[in-house]
Design a protein around this ligand. Structure first.
Ligand code: HEM
Length: 539
């Protein structure tokens, strides 16, 4: 509207002259129609010029670059209209089957390179780990990370190195595991006790995830702040969970792709980005007011627990006092742990339980191992895990078939680079299809089967730490997941204790639980949170 009203005033006299000769003058309609024509003409001309420029630029670039294969891009939109928004691991696998192990998609202005073989994954994550060690952000991630003031989404360089160093001692060492393991065991036991106390759990079943979510928040908030939430109805827990949920939904959605891919459409994203900014501000404020400031007060009043044990945030605040990082960085560290640690581990627990319910023979075998190695009724603890190979294999198989981050967190090359004989233009988004590497039938025997035994039969050497480029649930190399050291024992303790205490079934009348998947920009979780019948075992 505002566009067509402006030229109307500019060309007033010309229109007036025409009007006076018109036998049927309509002073309102005619000038508007004229103006509309002018506007259409201008738009078409603009579009035509843009197309010519796009073609020339792409021809010039193609001359310089030997780009990876991919579907034929059209000007402006690239391949976006052909491949659509939902570039999940399965759709990208279908594209890799057509175009090969390195393929290029032009999503509007953005280049997206998909890597689908172990050798190329090695190149991206290990051999050329520095070249491909940055992260892309888009307009939404820019908001949630303050343009990379965090650790997970920052480019490879001094800031990332500093953040990773500062976070290692408080979060990612065996000492942290030893300090926190009894807390995780207590949280898992609290889940068992609550489920046992709920008679419906044994008959109709319950959505176990809800209670496990509280457990995961408690596991991570104990490490960060030495805090826990009493119940699923705790007001602060509800607030936190809602804001984290909004943040994940807004960031993982495909809804904003158009504004990200085609910068001239960005003004139409204004409403979406405003909501993102609002959620981000409220969330960081909540971290600050209810956790950071509280902890500072407690420390300054000497009211820490008797052991004087530091929690993670005490270490991080020391780094702030030394001037190594600022308060925003502290808040973004809390933000990163909230997104990277809680839901990923929870999704994996949820998938593991779903597979055990749908494979009663495997569930039975696991329970037997726990009973035999530990003795019936002796709760599994962290040091026991090394003596429970079948439990470890169940976790490995869950992470293989149901990878929580199937495309890893997108990588990026800051400068023009080479990969598999192709040129990769600077600032391409690099997706390693880790799910396909671990589910490609040319690389694995019957990969669609949930079969933990594979790790005792044909795959005895494969570990979760990335020693085999076909199996990278936590990535490998510089940007690999530092949280693996916490995630594996939490997964084992939780799944182990549930199987020790309950027989797990689908709800009455159902043979299996629905394991349909739901993916986001780079996440994969179960579509419907399953109802699980938990029958307490009589020991
Ligand atoms: C089952 C649970 C988890 C899975 C499957 C998982 C998986 C991953 C993956 C695939 C990446 C990206 C690797 C890459 O881009 O090359 C990643 C990065 C990361 N994860 Fe995890 N993760 C889990 C749990 C955790 C936990 C518990 C924490 C923290 C306590 C954590 C913290 C991080 C951080 C900070 C990064 C970013 C590292 C960087 O960019 O340098 N993760 N994770």
């Amino acid at each position: 509207m505002s566009i067509s009203s402006k030229p109307a005033t500019n060309s007033y006299s010309h229109s007036q002259a025409k009007l006076s000769r018109d036998p049927n003058p309509d002073p309102e309609a005619k000038p508007t129609a004229m103006m509309d024509l002018v506007l259409v003409e201008k738009t078409l001309l603009g579009l035509f010029t843009a197309i010519i420029v796009a073609i020339v630029v792409s021809k010039l670039r193609n001359k310089r670059f030997k780009l990876p294969p991919g579907p034929l891009p059209v000007p402006i939109f690239g391949n976006w209209l052909q491949v659509g928004d939902d570039l999940n691991h399965r759709n990208l696998t279908a594209l890799a089957r057509r175009f090969g192990d390195i393929l290029l998609l032009r999503m509007g202005q953005r280049n997206l390179v998909v890597v689908s073989s172990p050798d190329h994954a090695r190149d991206v994550l290990h051999t050329q780990g520095v070249e491909f060690g940055s992260r892309t952000r888009n307009v939404v991630f820019d908001i949630f990370t303050g343009k990379g003031q965090d650790m997970v989404f920052t480019v490879y360089g001094d800031h990332w190195r500093k953040m990773r160093r500062i976070m290692t001692v408080p979060f990612f060492t065996n000492k942290v595991v030893q300090q926190n393991r009894s807390g995780w065991e207590a949280e898992a036991q609290a889940v068992i006790d609550d489920v046992k106390a709920n008679p419906i759990a044994a008959t109709d079943g319950i959505i176990l995830r809800r209670r496990l979510q509280l457990m995961m928040y408690n596991n991570m908030y104990r490490i960060m702040f030495n805090r826990r939430f009493e119940s699923e109805d705790d007001a602060l827990f509800l607030k936190l969970k809602a804001l984290n949920g909004e943040r994940s939904r807004l960031a993982q959605s495909f809804e904003y792709n158009y504004g990200d891919f085609i910068p001239i459409l960005r003004p139409f994203l204004r409403g979406y980005l405003k909501i993102c900014k609002d959620v981000k501000e409220r969330r960081l404020q909540l971290f600050k007011d209810y956790f950071l400031e509280e902890r500072k007060k407690l420390v300054s009043s000497g009211g820490m627990d008797k052991s004087g044990m530091k929690c993670a945030i005490d270490h991080i605040l020391e780094a702030e006092q030394k001037g190594e990082i600022n308060e925003d960085n502290v808040l973004y560290i809390i933000e990163n742990i909230n997104v990277a640690a809680i839901e990923t581990t929870l999704w994996s627990i949820e998938w593991g339980i779903a597979e055990l319910v749908n494979h009663p023979d495997i569930q039975h075998k696991l329970r037997n191992e726990l009973d035999t190695v530990l003795g019936p009724g002796v709760p599994v603890t962290e040091p026991d895990i090394q003596n429970l190979p079948y439990l470890q294999a169940v976790i490995k198989e869950t992470l293989r078939l149901r990878m929580a981050i199937p495309l890893l967190v997108p990588h990026m090359n800051l400068h023009d680079a080479k990969l598999g004989g192709y040129d990769i233009p600077a600032e391409s988004k690099i997706l390693v299809n880790a799910w396909w590497l671990a589910n490609n039938p040319e690389l694995w025997k019957n990969p669609e089967e949930f079969r933990p035994e594979r790790f005792f039969e044909e795959e005895t050497k494969v570990e979760t730490n990335g020693n085999d480029f076909r199996y990278l649930p936590f990535g490998v190399g510089r940007r690999s997941c530092p949280g693996i050291i916490l995630a594996l024992p939490i997964l084992s303790i939780t799944i182990g204790r549930l199987v020790q205490n309950f027989e797990l079934f689908p709800p009455p009348g159902e043979k299996k639980i629905d394991t349909s998947e739901k993916g986001g920009q780079f996440s994969l979780h179960i579509l419907k949170h399953s109802t699980i019948v938990c029958k307490p075992r009589v020991l």
